[in-house]
Design a protein around this ligand. Structure first.
Ligand SMILES: [Zn+2]
Length: 285
């Protein structure tokens, strides 16, 4: 399969700067509608698929984003490498608002959104998730950032809360004591679904504030004020990635994540299952 880059933009990241748009397309998925139409375009002659996670105009909060439809749509459009952008709060003094963090671990503090797996209809799948991001793509992003004059951290633990409310001060201090580096509401779902979809996945966290542990009130104007700097830095990293795309292959197992993960016996794969999950399962039939 030809390597193709997909990008999901977060809060304040509703367009990809420099993208020469060829068209926008709705994509039908077995999980309903994605956050918006997928934008198909080119940068430096390379095709890119872009989707604003919260929809144009930021209509969808993190609890109502249809993560399954978003990732499925990317897979259906032939994306092989997915980079997502997410606004986060920082639990560390040294991880400053306006900087970027290249996430390499997650901690789940969500409740029961129920959209962190595609497989719910008579087929059981358990993906390996000890290393939740593609090591090759993650390393490349950090390497590119290192060549730019931007403030970034090459690793970070992302604690995913339910939202849409921000954390209380007690929660924020407890999460910080657990060793988490940043807090957000979206990235974990995308990481899990991207692994199920056998995509190479990496997440760029844009630090917008210090959450509430530091006795600063977190409010929307503060968050938005720090986004400009972080968005500009993330855009530079993405353009660097596009320049060097595709990364080397054969040094990660993302593309065969389902090979050892499907527990349901093949003779129990009904025609409905084979049809619904065709783009993921056909290589294993
Ligand atoms: Zn990979």
């Amino acid at each position: 399969m030809q390597p193709k880059l997909g990008v999901i933009g977060g809060t304040g990241f509703y367009d990809l700067a420099g993208l020469e748009v060829k068209g926008t397309f709705p994509v039908q998925t077995p999980f309903g509608d994605a956050s918006d139409e997928f934008v198909v375009g080119e940068i430096s002659g390379k095709e890119i698929i872009f989707l604003p996670r919260h929809g144009k105009g930021h209509r969808l909060n993190p609890s109502v984003v249809n993560y399954c439809a978003n990732i499925w749509g990317m897979k259906k459009l032939g994306v092989t490498h997915l980079v997502t952008i997410s606004a986060v709060g920082s639990f560390r003094e040294e991880i400053k608002p306006g900087s970027l963090v290249f996430i390499d671990q997650y901690f789940d503090r969500t409740k029961t959104r129920g959209d962190d797996t595609f497989f719910r209809d008579g087929i059981a799948v358990h993906i390996s998730f000890a290393e939740p991001v593609c090591p090759v793509l993650h390393r490349l992003l950090a390497e590119i950032a290192g060549q730019l004059a931007i403030d970034f951290h090459s690793q970070g633990i992302y604690l995913n809360i339910e939202g849409p409310a921000f954390s209380t001060r007690a929660e924020s201090r407890i999460y910080r004591s657990w060793g988490a580096d940043v807090v957000g509401m979206t990235s974990l779902y995308e990481a899990k679904l991207a692994r199920e979809a056998e995509l190479h996945f990496a997440s760029i966290a844009e630090v917008t504030d210090y959450d509430s542990w530091r006795e600063e009130t977190v409010d929307v104007p503060t968050v938005l004020a720090n986004l400009g700097k972080a968005n500009a830095a993330a855009t530079k990293v993405l353009l660097g990635l596009i320049d060097r795309f595709p990364p080397v292959t054969g040094q990660c197992s993302c593309e065969s994540a389902l090979a050892q993960a499907i527990v349901t016996r093949r003779d129990y794969w009904t025609d409905e299952i084979k049809h619904k999950y065709a783009i993921l399962l056909e290589k294993y039939l």
